[in-house]
Write a protein of this length. Sequence first.
Length: 141
Amino acid sequence: MSDWSQVTRPIPVPNEWTKPFWDSAKQKILSLQRCQSCKHFQHPPYATCVNCMSIDLKFEPVTGQGTIYAYTIMYHTGDKRFASAVPYASIIVELENAPGALLPGNLLESSYTEAKVGRRVEVVFQELNDDFTLPQFRLVL
């Protein structure tokens, strides 16, 4: 299993579109941007809907359960802060109740060899500091 205990993660810099995502994560709630016109979920958040160009967008809570859509195994790191976690699985998750939204994360609490397309995962929240909590994923067994 990857050792994330020694990793000092970069701290996000929210903007006007991403702040609601980070505020929800701090409360251990996964909320994604959804167009109120066409009902399309999108991540990352944008100023307009990528589907219909509407500006009527709101954040809505989602369950945080889904499947691994894609993954890569990180054997090397360009950022030395991640060295203690190598090798690890960096995954893209397709959320089951937020069609169209793909969320990146890391696979925690399992060996990187367990990452496979189609495996079910659920969100877990990793506190970075007093202000930021990072949504990550673990396998649903």
